[in-house]
Ligand binder design. Structure first.
Ligand code: ATP
Ligand code: MG
Length: 237
């Protein structure tokens, strides 16, 4: 069963008189519980695709369905932010934690947006921190944690609302290889335990061994789809 359906998706930007085509007709279906990698050269449209699926940006043309929501039909900022809060968790290369808040307070933030009561918020945030193996860092501020720990706090914040979809844009871009592997193991665990679906943009082809499938973008188009076992072909690109 597919949880994400993207059909003939276009995103163009106008800068002065010039048009920049970030996506030119991308079509892809993503299965529930799948761990999908999006790869391709810099500027090929990976981040744009993730932003559009997650309702952070609006397409020029095309269809995006997540569950039974037609995301491309959501027009107002309010509708889009409601969709994001209900369906999507984001993880970015820069962890984007709030520096003056502790780990557990950072994880609570999406629940405040939902109007969850304080006691329940704290309970859910601590549980999410436990899931990423950081309950012992709950009262630490971001500067008091390693990069790997900060990214795991950001992941806890992304999953505390139990989203159906986790969108990760270069989540290991600022991590060493040991911490990158930890994050990949964690993503696999989240798929098994929560049934979440993960779409990850990455430049690191070594992480593909953790993924079920890879879509390669070139110049805003799908240039290839690779199943597990075919990733070798990507290394020669
Ligand atoms: N806000 C914007 N205004 C104009 N052009 C943009 C904007 N955002 C992205 N682009 C252009 O769209 C194209 C795709 O960008 P995108 O960020 O999706 O690439 P990417 O594959 O994520 O690259 P990277 O691997 O470097 O992160 C690029 O040519 C980029 O310059
Ligand atoms: Mg990018």
């Amino acid at each position: 069963m597919s949880i994400v359906e993207v059909r003939d998706l276009w995103r163009e930007y106008t800068i002065g008189r010039e048009k920049v085509y970030a996506l030119r007709g991308v079509t892809v279906e993503i299965e529930k519980g799948e761990f999908l990698a999006v790869v391709g050269p810099s500027g090929s449209g990976k981040s744009t695709l993730l932003h559009l699926i997650g309702g952070l940006d609006r397409p020029t043309q095309g269809v995006i369905k997540v569950g039974n929501v037609e995301v491309n039909s959501l027009k107002s900022d309010r509708e889009l932010s409601k969709f994001r809060n209900e369906y999507v968790g984001f993880v970015f290369q820069m962890f984007h934690l709030v520096p003056r808040l502790t780990a557990v307070e950072n994880v609570e933030l999406p629940l405040i947006a939902r109007g969850v009561e304080a006691g329940e918020r704290r309970r859910a945030a601590l549980e999410a921190l436990k899931l990423v193996g950081l309950q012992h860092r709950a009262s630490h501020k971001p500067t008091e944690m390693s990069g790997g720990e900060q990214q795991r706090v950001a992941i806890a914040r992304a999953i505390v609302t139990q989203p159906k979809l986790l969108l990760a844009d270069e989540p290991t871009g600022n991590l060493d290889s040991a911490n990158s592997k930890l994050v990949m193991e964690l993503f696999k665990k989240l798929i098994d335990d929560m049934g979440v679906t993960i779409v990850m943009a990455t430049h690191n082809l070594e992480l593909l061994e953790y993924c079920d499938r890879a879509v390669r973008l070139v110049d805003g188009r799908v240039a290839g789809v690779y199943q597990k076992g075919e990733y070798g072909k990507l290394f020669s690109k």
